[in-house]
Design a binder for this molecule. Structure first.
Ligand SMILES: [Zn+2]
Ligand SMILES: [Zn+2]
Ligand SMILES: [Zn+2]
Length: 279
C-alpha cells in the first residue's frame, strides 16, 4: 500500500493565514517542507482521506486527479478535514463528467449534517447523482474501493470524531489517527480483538515538541506513548512505519526542520506535504 500525504497541517496551516509567530515567519522565509497545507491523504491513488479547504491546492500542486477519484472517507467535522463548500463543484454544470459517476463521501452523522448545511444546492447535486453520502458508525466495518475500513472513536473536540483503520489486500493495514489524543479504552479494546496488524500508523502531532498533550491532540511524546499502547495491544506489524503528522505552529516553536531530529530519534518519520510512504 502507498500513502501520499497531500496536506499535513492542522486547521490554521503553516504559515497560518494571519499569523506573525516565529514558526510562521520562518516558514514564509524558508518555504519548502516548512510550509504545510490542511490535512488530506491519498491511499494507493484511489481512496481519499478528508476533504479540507486546501483540496483545490492539492489538485494544482500535488497532482491530485480529483475528477478520477470516487471515494473519500472523512474523519470529523473540523474545517481542516471537511470543507463542504467545494463539494458544490459536483453540480452537473460545474463538474461535467464524460460518464455518469458519483463522488462517494463517507462520514459520521455529524459530518454529513455539516455537508448538508454548508454545501449549496446539495439536494440538486444528490438528485443528479453527483454526490452520494454514506453514514458510517464507529466499530462497524464497511467496504470501499476494495478496502475494509473501520472507524474507531477518536479522543477529539469535534462531535463524533473518528480515526480510521484501513485494511487492504493480503492483510496489509494502516491506522490513520487524526485528530485524536490517545485512543480511549473502547477503541483500544476493539483493536485488541480485531486481528489487525498495522504496517503504517499515522500519529497526530499537533502539539509538536510540547510535553502536554495526550487528550484531543498529541505531541511527539504523546505519539511515543500511543505507540507503546499499540505495541502492547499487539496490533503493530513487524517493520511498521511510524509517521508523525498534522502539525501546527503551536508545537513549542518547531517547524519541519526542528521536528525531523526530534521525531527521528524517537523512531518517527516527520510528514511533509507531498511525502509518499510505502508499507
Ligand atoms: Zn485537524
Ligand atoms: Zn504562527
Ligand atoms: Zn480536528
Amino acid at each position: 500500500m502507498k500513502l501520499k500525504y497531500l496536506g499535513t497541517a492542522a486547521a490554521e496551516a503553516v504559515p497560518a493565514l494571519f499569523c506573525e509567530c516565529e514558526v510562521c515567519e520562518r516558514a514564509r522565509e524558508l518555504g519548502g517542507r516548512n510550509v504545510r497545507t490542511r490535512s488530506q491523504a491519498l491511499l494507493d491513488g484511489r481512496l481519499l482521506i478528508d476533504f479540507p479547504a486546501d483540496t483545490y491546492l492539492h489538485v494544482l500542486r500535488e497532482g491530485l486527479r480529483l475528477h478520477e477519484i470516487n471515494s473519500c472517507i472523512v474523519t470529523h467535522c473540523h474545517s481542516d478535514h471537511i470543507y463542504p463548500g467545494d463539494l458544490w463543484c459536483l453540480i452537473s454544470y460545474a463538474g461535467r463528467r464524460r460518464e455518469k459517476r458519483a463522488f462517494h463521501l463517507y462520514g459520521t452523522g455529524a459530518v454529513l449534517e455539516m455537508v448538508r448545511a454548508q454545501c449549496e444546492d446539495i439536494e440538486q447535486i444528490i438528485r443528479e447523482g453527483g454526490l452520494c453520502l454514506h453514514e458510517i458508525r464507529p466499530f462497524e466495518p464497511f467496504e470501499v474501493e476494495g478496502y475494509r475500513v473501520t472507524a474507531l472513536k477518536a479522543d477529539h473536540g469535534a462531535p463524533e470524531s473518528v480515526v480510521y483503520a484501513v485494511e487492504g489486500p493480503g492483510g496489509k493495514a494502516m491506522l490513520y489517527a487524526h485528530d485524536t489524543g490517545l485512543l480511549q479504552e473502547e477503541s483500544m479494546e476493539y483493536l485488541r480483538g480485531s486481528g489487525l496488524r498495522f504496517g503504517l500508523v499515522s500519529y497526530d502531532c499537533t502539539n509538536g515538541l510540547l510535553e502536554h498533550g495526550e487528550r484531543n491532540h498529541m505531541g511527539i511524546n504523546g505519539d511515543v506513548r500511543f505507540r507503546e499502547l499499540l505495541e502492547k495491544a499487539g496490533v503493530l506489524a513487524e517493520g511498521c512505519v511510524h509517521v508523525a503528522n498534522h502539525f501546527s505552529h503551536n508545537g513549542g516553536g518547531a517547524g519541519y526542520d526542528e521536528m525531523v531530529p526530534a521525531a527521528g530519534e524517537r523512531g518517527f518519520l516527520t510528514s511533509y506535504d507531498g511525502m509518499e510512504v510505502e508499507f
